[in-house]
Design a protein around this ligand. Structure first.
Ligand code: ADP
Ligand code: MG
Length: 628
C-alpha cells in the first residue's frame, strides 16, 4: 500500500473545486459517465488498431444507487487503469488523460468521439461525495488497483482483487447531497445529460411483457421478464449521414427530443461539417406561435453526444434561437464564459456557417417545391424576416426565397413583385409603389378601392414588418411601400391625369369652414381632394410615415425612442366631387347639415375600425333619427 499527496500546486484544492469549479453540482454524474464512456471508447479504439488484444464485446456502463450505504456506483467495462496510471491520471489534478490519448493517437483517433479534455472532470465527484473510491483493472495484464480519497489532499492506493476489466467509481455521498440518492433524481439527470451518449447506460431493470405466442392457450397469462433498463439511445439521428435518414426518421427523432410536443416540425436542416471546425446537428423549423419568447432556447447543445446546455446564445445566430433541435461540436469551448464565447473566432465561424446552411436549405426547399414552401411561409416568416433584419449575410441570400403574399394568397419574391406591378403601379415620378394591408378585414374597403384600380395589394402582417419595409426601401431605389389606408388611393399612386374639381376654390374654402365647425376633434386634419365622383366621400387615412415610425418604435426600433407614445393622427380626406360634398355645402337646414357631417365622419371611422364606445352609441341613435 502506498500513500501520498495529490499533486496540486494549491495546497487544498478540494474546497475550491466544491465551491467554484462548476456552479451546478449535478454535473458530477455527467463527468463520471463521460469518463466511463471515454474509457470504453479508448478500449474500442485500441482493439480496432490491434493494440489491445481483447474481446471488445458489447460493453455497457452501469449506474447503481445504494441508498442504505449512501453510495453511488458508476461501473464501466472500459480499458481500466494500472496503479501507475492512477498515480499519473488521477493524482495529477488538471492533467487530462483524454487529451494525452488524443495526442498519442492523433491520426487514427480524431473521430473516436472522446469527450474529456480539461483533466478536471473526475474531481467534480467531490462536489457531492465526502469520499471517493476507484477500483480499476486495466486491460493490460496487471493487478487491479484501489484508490481512496476522503476529500483531503491525502489518498491511499493499494491493490485489489477485482478480476474483470474496467473501472468502478464509488461515491460516498456527503450529508448535504443526499438528494442524489433518490432514484428519480438520478434518472432525471441521466435523461438530461446522457440521453444520447454513445455507450449503452444501464440504470436498474424494467419488466418487459413477452409477445403473446400464436398458439397461446385460452387461459394464457402474459409472461414478463426483467431486462436491463438502458436509458440512452447511443445512435441518435444527428450522428448519422443525411442519406441514411428518411423524413420519418427525422420526425421520429424530433419526438424523441421533445416528447411533450405534439405538433410536427415544418422541416429540418441537417448540419454536417468537419472543416474548419467540427459540427453536426439537426435543426427543426417548428410552427411559430404568438409568443416568441416561449419558443426560444429549445436548441440543445452537445459535445460528443454529451448534453451541455440549452442556451445556444452566441453560437447560433439570434434569429435562429427560435428553432429547435440539436447541435453537437467538440470545438466549442464549453466551460468558458459567454462573453468570451461571443468574441471567439471559431464560434463566430460556426454561427456564420449555420446561417449560410439555413439559407441554402431554404433556397432549395423553395426551388424544389415552391407550392409547399408557400404554404409554410406564414409559419416561418417571422423568423426569416427577423433574420433578414439582423444578419446581413442572411439578408443577401434571402432575396431568392423571401416571399411577399398578396391579400388573395399569391406569393411573389421581391423581384417578381417588381416585375408584376411595374406597369400599373409606377407613379408619375417613376417610383414603384407597393401597396400593402396589415389586416384583410379591418382594411377591407381600402383594399377594395385599390383592387378596383387593378392594383395588387400585399398582406404583410408580421409584427416586425415595418422594419423590413424600411430596409427594403433603403436598399431598392425608387421603391416605396404604402399601406392601403395611409391616404386616398389616388394619392398613394399619383398618376398624370388630374380629376377636374366640381367645386370652385371659394366653394372649397366654404366647405372646409363648415366641416371644421362640426368636426372639433383635433385628431383629424381635414383634407379636401377632387377625386373620382364614384369614390367614397369621406375617408380616414393615417399617414404612412408616422404610423410606420410608431410601429417600429413599438417593436424595438433603435433611435426612434418615444415615437411609440405619440398620439394617433389621422387625415380626413373629403372627396369634393362626391354628391355628398355639394349637399353639405348647399344645405340650408343647419341641424340636418351637422347630422350629415357627423354621420359621414362616423361612417368613415367605422370602416377604419375607429368607432367605439360612446361614439358608437351616438352613431346608432343618430342613424335611427336619420332614417325614420
Ligand atoms: P479528462 O476526462 O478531461 O481527461 P478527468 O479528470 O475527467 O479528465 O479524468 C482524468 C483522467 O483519469 C482521464 O483522462 C482518464 O485517463 C482517467 N480516468 C478517469 N475515469 C476513468 C475511467 N472510468 N476509466 C479509465 N480511466 C479513467
Ligand atoms: Mg473527464
Amino acid at each position: 500500500m502506498t500513500t501520498g499527496k495529490i499533486n496540486v500546486s494549491v495546497e487544498n484544492i478540494f474546497p475550491l473545486i466544491k465551491k467554484f469549479l462548476y456552479s451546478d453540482h449535478e454535473i458530477f454524474l455527467r463527468e463520471l459517465v463521460s469518463n466511463a464512456t471515454d474509457a470504453t471508447l479508448k478500449l474500442k479504439h485500441l482493439a480496432n488498431i490491434g493494440e489491445a488484444k481483447v474481446e471488445y464485446g458489447n460493453p455497457i456502463i452501469e449506474i447503481k444507487i445504494d441508498k442504505e450505504g449512501k453510495k453511488i456506483h458508476i461501473i464501466d467495462q472500459g480499458l481500466g487503469m494500472t496503479a501507475e496510471e492512477v498515480e499519473k491520471y488521477i493524482n495529477q489534478v488538471a492533467f487530462s488523460g483524454a487529451e494525452e490519448f488524443l495526442e498519442k493517437y492523433k491520426d487514427s483517433a480524431k473521430d473516436s468521439g472522446i469527450i474529456g479534455h480539461f483533466g478536471l472532470g473526475f474531481y467534480s465527484a467531490f462536489m457531492v461525495a465526502e469520499k471517493v473510491e476507484i477500483i480499476t483493472k486495466s486491460y493490460k495484464n496487471e493487478p487491479a488497483a484501489h484508490w481512496t480519497c476522503d476529500g483531503s489532499p491525502e489518498f491511499t492506493l493499494e491493490s485489489s482483487d477485482k478480476t474483470s476489466r474496467g473501472t468502478e467509481i464509488i461515491l460516498h455521498i456527503a450529508e448535504d447531497s443526499l438528494e442524489f440518492l433518490e432514484e428519480g433524481k438520478i434518472s432525471g439527470l441521466l435523461e438530461k445529460y446522457n440521453k444520447f451518449m454513445p455507450i449503452p447506460i444501464k440504470f436498474g431493470t424494467r419488466t418487459e411483457t413477452l409477445p403473446k405466442p400464436d398458439d397461446a392457450p385460452e387461459d394464457y397469462v402474459a409472461e414478463t421478464i426483467e431486462v436491463d433498463n438502458i436509458i440512452n439511445n447511443p445512435n441518435p439521428a444527428w450522428t448519422k449521414q443525411p442519406t441514411e435518414l428518411t423524413d420519418e426518421d427525422y420526425k421520429e427523432f424530433y419526438r424523441e427530443l421533445y416528447p411533450m410536443q405534439f405538433e410536427e416540425p415544418l422541416f429540418n436542416i441537417h448540419l454536417n461539417v468537419d472543416y474548419p471546425f467540427n459540427l453536426t446537428g439537426i435543426l427543426y423549423f417548428p410552427k411559430m406561435t404568438g409568443d416568441l419568447q416561449i419558443q426560444k432556447d429549445k436548441i440543445q447543445l452537445y459535445q460528443n453526444q454529451v448534453f451541455v446546455t440549452d442556451n445556444v446564445e452566441g453560437i447560433v445566430p439570434e434569429f435562429l434561437t427560435m428553432l429547435k433541435g440539436v447541435i453537437d461540436s467538440p470545438d466549442i469551448p464549453l466551460n468558458v464564459s459567454r462573453s468570451y464565447l461571443q468574441a471567439d473566432g471559431a464560434v463566430k465561424k460556426i454561427s456564420n456557417y449555420i446561417t449560410r446552411k439555413v439559407a441554402d436549405k431554404l433556397k432549395s426547399l423553395f426551388t424544389e417545391n415552391r407550392e409547399d414552401f408557400e404554404q409554410k411561409w406564414n409559419d416561418i416568416k417571422i423568423v426569416l424576416e427577423y433574420g433578414m433584419l439582423s444578419e446581413p449575410k442572411f439578408y443577401e441570400k434571402a432575396g431568392a426565397f423571401a416571399l411577399y403574399p398578396t391579400v388573395d394568397e399569391k406569393y411573389y419574391t421581391l423581384e417578381e413583385l417588381k416585375e408584376k406591378t411595374k406597369d400599373t403601379q409606377t407613379d408619375k415620378n417613376g417610383n414603384l409603389v407597393i401597396l400593402y394591408a396589415s389586416n384583410k378585414d379591418a382594411q377591407h374597403s381600402y383594399i377594395a378601392e385599390a383592387q378596383a384600380k387593378g392594383y395588387d395589394v400585399l398582406l404583410l402582417d408580421s409584427p416586425i414588418i415595418s422594419h423590413l419595409i424600411q430596409k427594403l426601401e433603403a436598399d431598392n431605389e425608387k421603391l416605396t411601400f404604402v399601406r392601403v389606408d395611409s391616404d386616398h388611393i389616388n394619392n398613394l399612386i399619383k398618376k398624370e391625369e388630374e380629376t377636374i374639381s366640381k367645386l370652385s376654390d371659394e366653394e372649397k374654402e366654404k366647405l372646409k369652414t363648415e366641416l371644421e365647425g362640426v368636426i372639433s376633434d383635433k385628431k383629424y386634419s381635414i383634407q379636401l381632394e377632387a377625386l373620382d365622383s364614384q369614390s367614397a366621400p369621406f375617408v380616414i387615412t393615417q399617414p404612412e410615415f408616422l404610423r410606420r415610425m410608431k410601429e417600429m418604435s413599438q417593436t424595438g426600433g433603435g433611435g426612434m425612442f418615444g415615437m411609440g407614445n405619440m398620439p394617433e393622427m389621422y387625415n380626413l380626406v373629403v372627396n369634393t366631387n362626391h354628391e355628398l360634398a355639394s349637399n353639405i355645402l348647399n344645405s340650408t337646414d343647419k341641424s340636418h347639415q351637422e347630422a350629415v357631417v357627423k354621420q359621414a365622419l362616423d361612417l368613415a371611422k367605422l370602416s377604419q375600425n375607429l368607432l367605439k364606445g360612446e361614439e358608437l352609441t351616438a352613431f346608432v341613435k343618430r342613424s335611427f333619427e336619420l332614417i325614420k
